[in-house]
Design a protein around this ligand. Structure first.
Ligand code: M6R
Length: 612
């Protein structure tokens, strides 16, 4: 939820921190701050964006070779200067940055107040840095040990970095439940960050900390141990990401870049995972879990937001193609509702970030009950794949815009492959069917490219609808999850109230909302229920609603009824969400731009929701 970055080494820390914070700003943008050690501990923090912090530090002393920075998504304490990180201990000598929530901070704070500690902020984080100093003073141990002992008292989730005025060659990082990666650079330099984006420019050698591990960096050396004092050998891996992937590349916004990247990201997600000539798969999850897949009773898909919508498409795919019963659950509901689940169930946890707290908790619950977990994530090395038994990465590349676009189509691509893979294992698909399906899947990147050509037309439509207050999105069958996703995109980045509905459900309530001011976006592509959707369009027209229809290339029937039609290439129903979602992403983007909204960083949202 918050972004953290830290540096120790021969370079100037401040520019690295500021650049890193800008890359992490997608995680939260309520406030930003840095702590820079240079004899003194200089702390600068400011409500607002990293650019506000930069402004505030103009002309100030930022010279340092050891520093850390934080960009905040507020949980405890309103977004203001005093609640911004870094926070310092009672003496002011130790500083902390933190991503996560210290759940027992209330009790700890009370005890510390009784021992004479005074707090300057309303945050849970400040309690932890006071506690560390308290432990150090009461036991006389070194900072390393004080951090370790203090963390033993903490309940909750954290990724923290600690630096101290009294230990100017040391940087300590620790994680539990929130992500942390350590970058190993040149000449004894080290980086710590919430993800690899602030590090990639300087080094590709990284190690991801596991839950309950603490990294100690001192005099150019890294050592890792657990909170329970067990030494660990860090596993150093090479990042595959490149710098271009995390820059805008000439686009005005990351979201637009990511929408346009979809022909490539779908291709990359599918690449090498099937052979269209033989009709065979190259997916470890299918190979290693063949026996499980053959015998499982049910699939439960968990996720949040857009990932949950991808899960709904997955439900249709698995039931249609593999004939396996599927339930799709909001992870946040699943985890608290005592679900019936056992070892014959397979849980598929979908998450772009791989860090969503509710999805992680749902996995833990399902694991406790004996289910097998497949993770479907985009961020390599994130917590959900690590907590899963098996799974697949989506290979969409970094998604930085808060509104998820290319992650959705990549998730749906893999779910489609799995549905066919499961079908083959369970004797529901022949090699010929697989070859045909693969042949069609190979055409999807080009069809998405073609669908993107509707942008000029979408810009015109967006002009007409930018001032509306409400919008309805309708779809049936595979068009229903797409309608939900289209509505979510519009509301999150343009702040227009939008609802996605199964088209036939409209007459059971939402039809009352329709008048001449209501834009109704309908997925009306050719397929099994095309004629039914046409009836639903007529119901809207009879009440003077404005129809924006997504239709199959060459369609004339809907064109005759709709106020606006956007054509997409014809494709089989199973694969249609991958194409029909494109104009909806573009529509929400251009409406939001017309309304002057901050597309990449919509208000109140964060890219990765690592709190409940
Ligand atoms: O990283 P995840 O896929 O687990 O994130 C889930 C949701 O928070 C996310 O999809 C959110 O709804 C997006 N802002 C949607 O665009």
């Amino acid at each position: 939820m918050c972004g953290i970055v830290a540096y120790i080494g021969p370079r100037e820390a401040y520019p690295i921190l500021i650049k890193g914070l800008k890359r992490l700003e997608y995680r939260g943008y309520d406030s930003a701050g840095v702590a820079l050690l240079n004899g003194d501990l200089n702390i600068y923090k400011k409500k607002g964006k990293v650019s506000d912090l930069e402004e505030a530090t103009k002309g100030k002393d930022t010279h340092s070779h050891l520093g850390m920075g934080h960009t905040r998504w507020a949980t405890h304490g309103e977004p203001n200067d005093k609640n911004s990180h870094p926070h310092v201990s009672q003496s002011g000598d130790i500083a902390i940055i933190h991503n996560g929530i210290i759940e027992n901070y209330g009790t700890l704070k009370e005890e510390l107040i009784n021992r004479g500690h005074e707090f300057k902020s309303d945050t849970d984080t400040e309690v932890l840095v006071h506690l560390i100093e308290d432990v150090q003073q009461n036991t006389g141990v070194a900072l390393d040990e004080a951090v370790r002992l203090a963390l033993q008292e903490v309940v909750g989730a954290y990724a923290i970095v600690i630096i101290s005025k009294n230990d100017p060659t040391k940087m300590i990082g620790a994680r539990k439940g929130s992500p942390m990666v350590v970058g190993i650079g040149e000449d004894g330099e080290y980086f710590i960050a919430s993800d690899a984006t602030p590090i990639i420019e300087y080094t590709k050698n990284v190690t991801y900390l596991n839950d309950g591990e603490i990294a100690f960096i001192k005099d150019g050396k890294l050592s890792v141990k657990t909170i329970n004092n067990v030494e660990k050998t860090p596993y150093i891996e090479t990042l595959e990401m490149n710098l271009e992937a995390i820059e805008k590349g000439g686009y005005e916004h990351f979201m637009l870049k990511e929408i346009h990247e979809q022909p490539r990201s779908i291709y990359d997600s599918l690449r090498g995972r099937f052979n269209p000539n033989t009709g065979s798969f190259a997916m470890r999850s299918l190979k290693e879990y063949e026996g499980k897949i053959k015998n499982l009773n049910r699939i439960i898909i968990v996720g949040c937001g857009t990932s949950w919508h991808a899960g709904l498409v997955g439900e249709y795919l698995f039931e249609d193609i593999a004939r396996i019963p599927v339930e799709v659950e909001y992870a946040s509901e699943f985890r608290y509702r005592n679900p019936v689940i056992n070892e014959d169930d397979l849980v598929i946890a979908i998450s772009q970030s791989g860090e969503t707290a509710d999805t992680l908790a749902a996995i833990e619950l399902a694991k406790e009950k004996g289910a097998t977990i497949f993770g479907l994530c985009n961020v390599v090395g994130s917590s959900i794949p690590r907590a899963s038994h098996a799974g697949a990465y989506t290979h969409a590349g970094p998604e930085i815009g808060v509104a998820s676009t290319k992650a959705f189509t990549a998730q749906v691509s893999i779910l489609t492959l799995w549905a066919y893979g499961f079908a083959e294992i369970r004797g529901k698909a022949t090699k010929e069917q697989l070859r045909n399906a693969f042949a069609e899947m190979e055409t999807i990147p080009d069809k998405v490219k073609k669908a993107l050509e509707c942008e000029a037309q979408v810009i015109e439509i967006a002009r007409t609808f930018s001032e509306v207050h409400n919008a309805l999105y309708l779809g049936r069958g595979y068009g229903f999850p797409v309608a939900l996703e289209g509505a979510l995109k519009l509301k999150e980045i343009s702040y227009i109230h939008a609802e996605g509905y199964p088209a036939a459900e409209m007459k059971h309530g939402p039809i009352a909302l329709i008048d001449e001011n209501m834009p109704v976006v309908v997925i009306a592509t050719k397929g099994n229920i095309y004629e039914k959707v046409i009836s639903n369009i007529q119901e809207v027209k009879a009440r003077k609603g404005k129809i924006i229809a997504i239709v199959t290339e060459g369609d004339t029937k809907v064109r005759a009824m709709a106020d606006y039609t956007i054509e997409i290439p014809e494709t089989s129903e199973f694969l249609e969400p991958l194409v029909s979602t494109i104009p909806l992403q573009l529509l929400s983007y251009h409406v939001a731009v017309n309304r002057g909204c901050n597309v990449d960083q919509p208000r109140n949202l964060a890219k990765s929701v690592t709190v409940e």
